[in-house]
Design a protein around this ligand. Structure first.
Ligand SMILES: [Zn+2]
Length: 394
């Protein structure tokens, strides 16, 4: 975690930071040291393929992915991880003096009596997703010692970049990866397993009003900023992020700017159900039509671009990826916690690129923040689940 692999928003080169490439080289070196043959492609993705004579019913090859970049939301520079035995007392973060407590984070209580890794308080930890990277590196080391074996299916491991800025699989070669299904090892706390996520789109709304002198505005002026407020008022109050949870979708207004003549609004649209998702996009377009019908001479433009879709349409509960994943978690002595993701994953996009790809826990908590931590046992279990999936006897 000491290598700063923060990804950067708004950069056109790939990956968005050279440190990610540097980190990839170091991983490749370590993997070569295991006697395996990693390949770094032109875009920087690292891929390792291992043989195995184990046979799933349909002879499937199984893939595992983790991303090397860390979130731009908190610094990843000079990470100083500290391992300590957690006994239930608040943990003081050394550099900032802030405290991690069960009052703030009730799920900490699950880890009483365990070793946990915390930050100095000045940076994130980078367990998202270097915990996934670590779990897969350990699995690779174990597999390399096993060699070609009947006890394991053929596996493929890939390390990706720029997940946190939404470009994790932009150039990923699904065909070359040559897996029938895969897992991102990028989930949260121990046991979590995810195969449903939001359908997502972004909407850009532009409104043109009518500008006149303020002293002479009566009956003439149409203030674009007021049009913007009115536009937003057409969207249901109960469909806002701060009003929703679980499977409930939302419109998130995240940008509003303009002047009397012209205004712009930006929305995120999120919804698990595909039909409802399409309806919400219609709702937004209708809001635009209502406005332009209401005021003569007002122009409204609504542009909607889909971002990603719910992998649940492809990765169904009876698909091999889900069955093997849940079975392996149970065999590791953990009760799976299956939850719909209120966001997206690289696996969601991969699923629509032809590689069904649920998300497996990597063990960490409080991602993207200086309060990030990971219990050591959770990380060990993440690796164990990966090994069990690869050796599944189905
Ligand atoms: Zn992640």
């Amino acid at each position: 975690v000491r290598v700063d692999t923060q990804s950067v928003v708004g950069v056109t080169s790939y990956p968005s930071s050279v440190s990610q490439r540097y980190f990839m080289e170091r991983l490749a070196e370590e993997i070569r040291g295991m006697g395996l043959t990693p390949r770094i492609d032109a875009h920087g993705y690292l891929v390792v393929a291992l043989p195995g004579r184990g046979k799933l019913r349909n002879g499937s090859k199984i893939g595992f992915l983790a991303h090397v970049d860390t979130s731009p939301d908190a610094s990843g520079k000079g990470v100083r991880p500290r391992v300590l035995r957690y006994e239930g007392e608040p943990v003081r973060l050394e550099a900032s003096g802030e405290e991690l407590s069960e009052t703030l984070y009730p799920s900490l209580a699950r880890y009483r009596g365990e070793d946990i890794v915390v930050t100095s308080g000045k940076t994130l930890l980078g367990a998202d997703d270097k915990a996934g990277v670590a779990a897969l590196m350990e699995a690779l080391a174990i597999w390399s010692r096993e060699g070609d074996t009947e006890a394991r299916h053929p596996v493929r491991v890939a390390f990706t970049m720029d997940e946190e800025v939404g470009s994790g699989v932009d150039f990923f070669d699904v065909k070359g990866f040559d897996a029938d299904f895969a897992y991102t090892v990028d989930g949260g706390e121990i046991g979590s397993f995810e195969y449903e996520n939001f359908n997502a789109a972004s909407a850009h709304v532009r409104l043109w009003g009518r500008v006149t002198h303020t002293g002479d505005a009566k009956g003439k002026m149409i203030n674009a900023l007021r049009l913007a407020f009115e536009f937003d008022s057409f969207l249901p109050r109960e469909k806002r992020p701060e009003e929703t949870s679980g499977y409930e979708g939302f419109f998130h207004l995240h940008n509003l700017r303009g002047d009397c003549g012209e205004a712009e609004l930006d929305y995120l649209i999120r919804e698990h159900d595909r039909d409802k998702f399409e309806q919400m996009k219609q709702e937004l377009r209708r809001a635009g039509e209502t406005l332009s019908d209401r005021y003569e001479g007002v122009r409204v433009e609504v542009r909607i671009v889909d971002s990603y879709y719910n992998m649940g349409e492809i990765v169904t509960p009876d698909s091999p990826a889900v069955r093997l994943g849940l079975k392996a978690i149970r065999e590791a002595g953990i009760e799976p916690a299956v939850q719909p993701i209120r966001g997206g994953t690289d696996g969601a996009r991969l699923s629509y690129m032809g590689l069904p790809c649920p998300n497996l826990f990597a063990g960490g908590a409080n991602f993207h923040s200086v309060h990030e931590y990971i219990p050591v046992r959770s990380l060990v279990k993440a690796c164990e689940v990966v090994l069990r999936i690869a050796a599944s006897e189905e």
